[in-house]
Ligand binder design. Structure first.
Ligand code: GCB
Length: 629
């Protein structure tokens, strides 16, 4: 969360931050709600969807938030008041009722042509009635809004949320009325240097309320959050914790897995928390057998049911072990773009199509780049048996020395872990992508790595590093020697030999060396190709060039003894403002194995063949096959 007084850099965009700060101060002084702790497993709660058409006002100059001196508006001119003229002399210069609609969830860029490149504020309004029973509590949940959301209910501030890809909740128990509620959001997607991500990325800055909005009703004392999973390294011992929220914090909590005839009861402490451990005979979850168990958690006041897979993930030397067995991660990188229409993906159908393509490729793993994707994606991966790498948008050159930037990155990581920590498919958190090495960067990343390990000891932590290169006698060696690798469980590395760096033929004379006894995932490689553009294998942008690059990359990958996974760049062409070449890029990064219209390029089948081979042999190279584990 932003505070009013910050660094000079922040003042580069004073209006944007003033509104956050001002609303927060008003809210704080009146004892109003800020973002509430996230509620685990919304699907098991009593919910009402607020998705659909929302009224909107596009506000490029932020006139709905500030007066002409840049001071925050508090009177009827503020859009969140939704003021209506009371007489013909009243001056009111905005009107939600006649300003147009946008669909929620959905990015605004692909819903209205004039908003394709828009970066600024849009106000959203939606009315609802809600008959809340006594002794029940109500929360307003947003799956995500990019980037900065200021939220108001019935003309009063609820609070703000910063970060475009993680969920947030506000408690509205004491504010909701039986009839005539109106929720208003100001969503601002202006980029700023100190943000996470920073101003420079290689993806479209889709703005808006991009994921579902839900009213969540729970009992006065409810099960806020819980974690249940095999203890690290075990496939029998279950370990976890649970947190209650409300006045009745002392309760007996029963955890039952009926299918496995397991049921245990534990008592919560004064703070409503309990840590527990018990054994059960369960079939471990794996890509070959993505078994999910109904897990029933009940106390005196609340009951939730989740579908949880149990599995153990660990590393031993350069190996990654799932349920105690080595495996190679046959992966693909994915951006959160809809498979068959322009814009952000958000639905279960989108997830099924994207992950379906990954399955068709022969994948057992996906890298959800470069920010947290929607919960539908990881839940669908749980069902389909696809392991998942999730990532926070600590990308390229963010402000390593800025404590607010660190706080923001930590908050986004925390929200991601809180949302997904019960998903078996999720095995790796990645804390950074291609960040330039410096002491300040190392300190920054070190804090994120420690945070991920501390809040979720059952999973692995990685980052896409950068490596250095030497040349001798016509051969190249790439050295994995980034000092932050010391703190990671799994090393990631992006390389573009044959595209940004040297020639495809150089892949045949490139070897890899690592300072660390740790597994490596080649988290990116690739080449741009326009679907349907054909030529010889030396001609850039053709499918043949991309195909040839994959052939030579795969030959090189086979020679890396410590390689335990690959997630080539990328499943599908995606929009990027950096990609201007007319007739070829047209503002799309064309490194997809599938075009933006869903057509498969030649390289798709090269990777598919490689993955089929790995699937049958479970090995990449001889040295891996002969590994003692
Ligand atoms: C990278 C980045 C990725 C880009 C890709 C490219 O190294 O991690 O975000 O899109 O290269 O296509 O240049």
């Amino acid at each position: 969360m932003k505070t009013l007084y910050g660094t000079g850099a922040r003042m580069a965009n004073p209006l944007r931050y003033l509104t956050v700060a001002a609303t927060m101060l008003v809210a704080a002084s009146q004892g109003r709600a800020q973002v509430s702790p996230l509620i685990q497993n919304l699907g098991a709660r009593s919910t009402t969807s607020l998705d659909g058409q929302w009224q909107t006002i596009v506000d490029p100059y932020d006139v709905g938030a500030f007066d002409y001196r840049g001071q925050p508006l508090k009177n009827s001119a503020a859009f969140y008041k939704n003021f209506k003229p009371q007489s013909k002399t009243d001056w009111v210069e905005y009107d939600f009722d006649t300003s147009g609609h946008l669909n929620v969830p959905g990015d605004w860029n692909t819903q209205r042509e004039s908003l394709l490149l828009y970066e600024g504020s849009v106000w959203y309004k939606r009315s609802f009635d809600y008959a809340k029973a006594p002794k029940r509590r109500l929360f307003l949940h947003f799956g995500a809004a990019n980037y900065l959301a200021s939220v108001y209910l019935n003309g009063e501030a609820l609070g703000q949320h910063e970060g475009g890809f993680t969920p947030f909740d506000f408690e509205i128990t004491d504010r909701v009325r039986p009839e005539g509620n109106f929720v208003i959001l100001r969503v601002n997607n202006a980029r700023a240097k100190e943000d996470v991500p920073t101003v420079n990325t290689d993806w479209w800055n889709y703005g808006g309320i991009t994921r579902p909005v839900t009213l969540v009703e729970v009992p006065e004392t409810f099960i806020q959050d819980y974690s249940i999973q095999f203890e690290k390294g075990s496939t029998r011992q279950i370990k976890g914790w649970l947190q209650l929220n409300g006045p009745e914090l002392h309760q007996n909590i029963t955890i039952g897995i009926p299918e496995a005839h397991a049921s245990k009861t534990f008592a919560t402490d004064d703070t409503g928390r309990v840590e527990f451990s018990f054994t059960a005979d369960l079939q471990p979850w794996s890509p070959e057998n993505p078994k999910l168990y109904a897990v029933e958690i009940s106390g005196a006041t609340d009951r939730v049911v989740d579908r949880i897979g149990f599995r153990s993930i660990s590393v031993q030397g350069t190996d990654i072990l799932l349920n105690g067995k080595t495996l190679f991660l046959r992966g693909i990188s994915i951006h959160e773009e809809a498979p068959t229409r322009p814009g952000r993906a958000w639905s279960v159908d989108d997830a099924r199509t994207l992950l379906g393509w990954a399955k068709e490729l022969g994948c057992n793993f996906v890298r959800l780049a470069h920010y947290p994707h929607g919960e539908a994606m990881v839940r669908t991966a749980d069902e389909m048996g696809i392991l998942v790498w999730e990532e926070v948008p600590v990308y390229w050159t963010i402000q390593w020395e800025n404590p607010d930037t660190l706080r923001n990155a930590k908050n986004q990581l925390n929200e991601l872990i809180t949302r997904d920590h019960n998903r078996a498919a999720l095995i790796i958190y990645s804390v950074a992508n291609e960040t330039p090495i410096s002491d300040a960067r190392n300190r920054f990343l070190s804090q994120l790595i420690q945070q991920a390990h501390a809040s979720d000891p059952t999973r692995l932590v990685s980052a896409a590093l950068q490596a250095s290169e030497t040349e001798e006698g016509g051969r190249f060696t790439i050295h994995i020697n980034d000092p932050i690798a010391n703190e990671l469980d799994v090393m990631g590395n992006n390389e573009y030999i044959g595209w940004y760096v040297r020639r495809i033929a150089d892949l045949d004379v490139t070897d890899w060396a690592s300072k660390y006894d740790k597994p490596l995932i080649m988290s990116e490689f690739g080449a741009d190709a326009l679907f349907g553009d054909h030529g010889d294998a030396q001609t850039r942008w053709t499918e043949e060039y991309q195909e040839s690059l994959y052939v030579h990359q795969i030959a090189m990958l086979r020679r890396i003894p410590f390689l335990r996974g690959t997630t080539p760049w990328i499943l599908k062409d995606f929009r990027s403002p950096r990609r201007t070449l007319p007739g070829i890029e047209d503002y799309f990064n064309r490194k997809g194995l599938v075009s933006n219209r869903g057509e498969k390029k030649k390289a798709f089948f090269v990777l598919q063949e490689f993955y089929r081979e790995l699937q049958n042999t479970r090995r990449l190279a001889d040295q891996y096959e002969n590994s003692p584990r």
